[in-house]
Design a protein around this ligand. Structure first.
Ligand SMILES: Nc1ncnc2c1ncn2[C@@H]1O[C@H](COP(=O)(O)OP(=O)(O)OP(=O)(O)O)[C@@H](O)[C@H]1O
Ligand SMILES: Nc1nc2c(ncn2[C@@H]2O[C@H](COP(=O)(O)O)[C@@H](O)[C@H]2O)c(=O)[nH]1
Length: 187
């Protein structure tokens, strides 16, 4: 059986990664499996343990780092986020194309370890629109919104690290473009 691809969808917080991926993740022709990350962040009211994230303590996360259990990890605005290595390997060995939805530092680590990873950077139409989206989501207090926006400016400078850049003006259109990119790499 052909080993599955490693697909990395990255981009600044609030650009719409989660919104766009909902438009293509269940397309059976893409054979995708979503990699559920570990995080030390507080669960948001609409999130489900084991579906959006596996929510863990800082001690549990640091043990996972020490034991080499993570493909990549990063500290993002005060919390740890990381990708469980064994799950990614198992799914890829089953022929599934594994989708990571991660921030920029994590993507750089993935590229170093898996140079053939298919890396896609989602960008907003403008910084004003990005700010509108983060605020409109209403999930973070003002202080965290400010930190995420400051980080977004630095992350957008890393656009050259990615194989593909897709603008999220319209989620369905962005999803269609990403689906075409994945299909091309499945051949
Ligand atoms: N193309 C779009 N046009 C307008 N609003 C959008 C678009 N895409 C996403 N949004 C809105 O922007 C907000 C942020 O989207 P989303 O939560 O998917 O971003 P994200 O990149 O996954 O964020 P994070 O990395 O912080 O998890 C949501 O309220 C979503 O409905
Ligand atoms: N490096 C990693 N980044 C991750 C991972 N899982 C999610 N993320 C990214 O963190 C930020 C913040 O997420 P939020 O859910 O608190 O809004 C966002 O850019 C995510 O894509 C991971 O495993 N590794």
């Amino acid at each position: 059986m052909k080993r599955g691809l490693l697909v990395v969808l990255s981009g600044p917080s609030g650009v719409g990664k989660g919104t766009v991926l909902k438009e293509f993740i269940d397309d059976p022709s893409l054979k995708l499996a979503y990699s559920v990350s570990l995080t030390t962040r507080e669960k948001r009211p609409n999130e489900v343990e084991g579906v959006n994230y596996n929510f863990v303590s800082r001690d549990q996360f640091e043990s996972a780092i020490k034991n080499g259990e993570l493909l990549e990890y990063a500290e993002f605005v005060g919390n740890y986020y990381g990708t469980p290595l064994s799950t990614v390997n198992k799914l890829r060995d089953e022929g599934k194309n594994v989708l990571l939805e991660i921030e920029v530092q994590g993507c750089i680590q993935v590229r170093e370890k898996c140079p053939d990873a298919l890396t896609i950077f989602l960008v907003p139409p403008s910084m004003e629109e990005l700010e509108k989206r983060i605020r409109g989501r209403n999930t973070e207090p003002e202080e965290i919104v400010q930190q995420r926006l400051a980080k977004a400016n630095r992350e957008l400078d890393m656009v050259g690290q990615y194989k593909y850049v897709v603008c999220n003006e319209d989620p369905k259109l962005a999803a269609d473009i990403i689906s075409i990119i994945i299909k091309r790499h499945m051949d």
